[in-house]
Design a binder for this molecule. Sequence first.
Ligand code: AHR
Length: 331
Amino acid sequence: MKKRLIVIAACIAALFCGCEKAEQLNADVIEGKPIVVGFSQVGSESEWRVANTESMKEALSEENGYELIFDDARNKQENQIRAIRTFIQQDVDYIVFSPRVETGWNSILQEAKEAGIPVIVIDRDIKTVDEDLYTAYIGSNFREEGEKAVRWLEDLLESQGRTEEIIRIVDIQGTIESSAQVGRTAALEQALLRNPNWEMIAQECGDFTRAKAYEVMGEILNRTKDIDVVYCENDGEALGAIDAMEEAGLKCNPNDGVIVISFDATRLGLMYCLGGKIALNVECNPLQGPYVDDLIKRIERGETIERKKYIDETQFDCFTITQDMIDQRDY
Ligand code: AHR
């Protein structure tokens, strides 16, 4: 086993045993050697994902002391499992991955554990039989993002005096069984239970892409154009759904048209918000690279780490957003 792995294994053992900081294990002993990270990215399905990949590549750069082995899984879990197995064979120092879906990771994570390689899960969360199968998670609280969206919608409809009116809602879901989809959908479904005047008239998967959302929204519009709200589980889907609705002659605007809700708050999504076509855009922050860099450096120094870290996120609505806010965005 490489010297770094002995150091890290001892650090992690010290952390999980609740022992004092294992400062003597400071990774300075291997000063000069890059930290080798294998990163399995789920794909490149959205603007958000592109920004996430760039953030990771920038933070885990040669100048920052890393050698990054990047793999694009093209939105397939089996490709991610294959990539992680290859990283294990390459005996990397850390494995980082952004999981397509929540489940199905136990065996491969067990292999990584047996090889003594720490695993950091980013972006989407996972469910495993044993929490110790991975070292830490850094990403978004998707359920909370969904809660922000539905609470805002409840307030908007109340301010419009529409609490008794039937509100016909379409949900364009993200990749089914990804934690981003699970959390955002769950918040909407919970809100439907407490708002008896809300009616889910269609719920289809847009797979987090503009093209798929355009396609499924077109099919829904062939069945009905009587729609009050379209809840899109990311910006790409919102853009695709808006294209389809406008082609069908519908207006997207919270004052006198369809209320479109979106997640991510990418620059393009926010431009649509400024134009009123997206009524609310809940931020999902893709700039996770610096958090991963910080976490790895903490582990290297033998410091205590946070096992689960949710990144701070905000929200933008079409009534209060300004061009200035968009200009300040990094993605
Ligand atoms: O997991 C984060 C989600 O995945 C983002 O909302 C979406 O744009 C991406 O593809």
